[in-house]
Write a protein that binds this ligand. Structure first.
Ligand SMILES: NC(=O)c1ccc[n+]([C@@H]2O[C@H](COP(=O)([O-])OP(=O)(O)OC[C@H]3O[C@@H](n4cnc5c(N)ncnc54)[C@H](O)[C@@H]3O)[C@@H](O)[C@H]2O)c1
Length: 291
């Protein structure tokens, strides 16, 4: 079953799963959610709901803490009042910030914006609650989520490189590169783009393997792609004939953010199956379907 306030979610995408519309920040949310969990005999929860625009979080830190930490508190309170003891928490590579490579789960997190901070605080809270209240919890640190599971399920928020570039191409404009003087082979930032279908599979693997306490896993491909490589793939998929437009660096973009993925492979038996090309092509197909 799905609980969502539809602030960003789309009702028609939920299909025929049981749906309850609930704002996790509303006054009686914990009690109402507990009732829903009990009524539907829920044993495990995947907590996705959050605000996720890193740049916006710098302007609105209080709102981000309220949404991301506050909603998690609600979920944990509701679980305490029900029989749900399993939790998978959507964390993020943003907890690493400008941590030094390699980004293993042991690397000391150094978030560089309030969004990343809220995810790190969320992990701490989940860990403490798991130990105090006998939960079986897993935090999944997603790297750069990309692509669409099916053409109808495209990403409608233009916060990330691929949706932003698609918007530009669709408007007849060249997609943008934000700086080409980074310490990387082609000078553009390198990230680990992980197909959303692989992310979904990682959640199933995590749910299947929940054990007492709290564990943390990177969810990435372990392979980096540069901004230029992504834009080349996208331009190819679109059939457009643009050269990317070079613009200034954005503040706070580390050179390279690529996951080390040994732990999730060894412990959960999960590895990404789809490629960056798959992700980019599926994002373009979703754009065409939306038009
Ligand atoms: N998309 C990414 O690249 C990425 C990367 C790393 C981590 N994450 C994390 O994964 C999670 C899901 O991300 P997404 O891209 O699917 O985001 P999304 O905005 O598409 O989904 C979040 C969902 O939560 C719902 N929601 C938000 N506030 C709510 C509230 N107060 N009460 C009830 N429902 C509420 C929204 O309606 C939406 O359906 C988030 O926690 C995000 O921080 C995403």
């Amino acid at each position: 079953m799905v609980v969502d306030d539809l602030s960003a979610g789309v009702r028609s995408r939920i299909g025929d799963a049981t749906f309850v519309q609930l704002d996790l920040l509303s006054d009686d949310a914990a009690a109402r959610l507990a009732e829903v969990l009990r009524e539907h005999s829920v044993t495990s929860v995947i907590h996705f709901a959050a605000l996720k625009a890193a740049g916006e979080s710098v302007q609105q830190p209080v709102r981000y803490y309220r949404h991301n930490v506050g909603a998690l508190v609600t979920v944990l309170e509701a679980m305490r009042s029900s029989d749900a003891r399993g939790l998978v928490f959507s964390s993020s590579a943003a907890v690493y910030g400008d941590a030094a490579l390699p980004l293993t789960e042991e690397a000391a997190p150094r978030p560089i914006n309030p969004y990343g901070e809220t995810k790190l605080v969320g992990e701490w809270l989940v860990a403490a609650a798991a130990h105090a209240h006998a939960l079986s919890a897993t935090s999944l640190r997603y790297f750069n989520v990309a692509g669409a599971g099916t053409p109808e399920l495209g990403d409608t928020s233009a916060n990330n490189l691929i949706p932003m570039a698609i918007e530009r191409i669709a408007a007849g404009e060249a997609p943008r590169i934000f700086g080409d003087d980074y310490n990387t082979p082609d000078g553009t930032c390198i990230r680990d783009y992980i197909h959303v279908l692989d992310i979904a599979e990682a959640h199933l693997a995590a749910l299947d393997d929940l054990t007492a306490g709290h564990r943390v896993y990177n969810v990435g491909t372990g392979v980096g792609s540069s901004v230029r490589e992504i834009l080349d793939l996208l331009i190819e998929a679109s059939g457009a004939e643009f050269d990317p437009e070079l613009t200034a660096r954005r503040p706070g973009d580390p050179d390279v953010v690529v996951a080390t993925v040994d732990r999730i492979r060894d412990e959960l038996g999960w590895s990404a199956r789809l490629t960056t090309r798959d992700a980019v092509e599926s994002a373009w197909a979703a754009h065409l379907a939306r038009r």
